[in-house]
Design a protein around this ligand. Structure first.
Ligand code: 5GP
Ligand code: MN
Ligand code: MN
Length: 329
């Protein structure tokens, strides 16, 4: 699949008046920040533009970016001319509103996940970018549209969250150059970081401590696993979006090469978050369960399954991957 240029994508955006943005479900900082920056630019251009939420559950620490851009009502724009997927490129990543994306006669995907094909007419897919926020920034510049402090803060939020605050291997010179540019538009990195990282609800901390006290280590400490079920959410008063970030803690353990964190949904589904350190590749593991993502961060969702059974399956698959890796080295 060949990428379009930002100029081509820009002219398609310029030609439409009613535009819906589709981030992935369980929005993270990149999905929210990228969508918010794009929505703001398009509204500044006079467009009727909304971020179409898959469900109502925007994590507390991301709501500061929603300046009235998000809607849960698919009829907010009854007949969208253009659908833009952001930080994802397949309708299965926003299952509740995939039909709305299909409704749009023209579709664009802007994403940094590894993907061979999309269902969109125009694409900018760059797996070498640490965040979709980098791509949105390059798009805004290519279109010659003005940026402001809000856009700068959204892009910073997208980049800091998806790069593990500039620690992950996807962080590049370009990442830092983009962030340097954001300061010219009034970025207050401390304000954004405080909103993102230091506004934790006690319920979230309680959930984290319960989950982390039950971490399992397998394969000589190379595989760390943990899970959260619905009962634990009830006990701690937390919500599933409070589990964001736990998988990074699992990977932070010394000697861990693969971290797997499983979340039990309300309707028999299990969401698996995977992280890799060193030379491990979790994208392949996620793909074997029908998901995907990046080499170092990937995920998948299984339906009509039991949490504990998926736990065993993921453990088995991850241990095989670690063994295969040892054989290669
Ligand atoms: P997280 O664990 O943070 O939810 O997800 C890790 C990475 O994998 C993110 O970049 C996320 O977008 C991606 N990811 C999670 N689930 C899926 C999936 O089912 N398919 C694809 N292609 N990517 C996924
Ligand atoms: Mn994301
Ligand atoms: Mn992302």
């Amino acid at each position: 699949m060949k990428n379009n240029t930002f100029e081509e994508i820009g002219s398609v955006l310029e030609g439409a008046d009613n535009i819906l943005i589709f981030p992935h479900l369980n929005m993270d900082g990149d999905a929210m920040g990228s969508s918010a920056a794009l929505c703001r630019m398009l509204r500044n251009m006079g467009k009727n533009c909304w971020i179409m939420l898959n469900d109502g559950d925007v994590a507390d620490n991301l709501t500061f970016m929603d300046k009235g851009y998000c809607t849960c009502d698919p009829m907010t724009i009854p007949a969208p001319e253009l659908a833009v997927t952001v930080d994802c490129s397949e309708p299965k990543r926003f299952p509740e509103v995939g039909w709305k994306y299909e409704q749009a006669p023209v579709k664009i995907s802007i994403d940094h996940h590894m993907i061979q094909e999309t269902a969109s007419d125009y694409n900018y897919i760059d797996p070498s970018s640490c965040a979709t926020g980098e791509l949105i920034w390059l798009l805004i510049k290519a279109m010659g549209q003005p940026a402001d402090r809000e856009i700068a803060e959204d892009i910073f939020a997208a980049i800091t969250t998806d790069s593990g605050n500039f620690q992950y291997s996807n962080t590049t010179k370009r990442t830092h150059e983009i962030v340097a540019e954001l300061f010219d538009f009034g970025l207050d990195c401390n304000r954004v970081s405080t909103a993102l990282y230091e506004c934790v609800r006690p319920e979230k901390l309680r959930l984290k401590s319960r989950v982390l006290s039950a971490v399992d280590l397998f394969g000589d400490g190379k595989l760390a696993m943990a899970r959260v079920n619905q009962a634990l959410l009830k006990e701690t008063g937390a919500v599933m979006s409070d589990a964001e970030g736990i998988v990074a803690e699992l990977r932070s353990l010394k000697g861990v090469e693969i971290a797997a964190f499983l979340k039990e949904g309300e309707d028999g589904e299990v969401y698996v978050s995977l992280r890799a350190k060193g030379s491990a590749d979790v994208q392949k593991i996620a793909a074997s369960f029908g998901g995907g993502g990046h080499v170092k961060a990937a995920g998948c969702t299984l339906h009509d399954v039991k949490l504990d059974e998926v736990y065993e399956q993921v453990k088995h698959t991850a241990l095989l991957a670690l063994e295969a890796q040892e054989d290669r080295s």
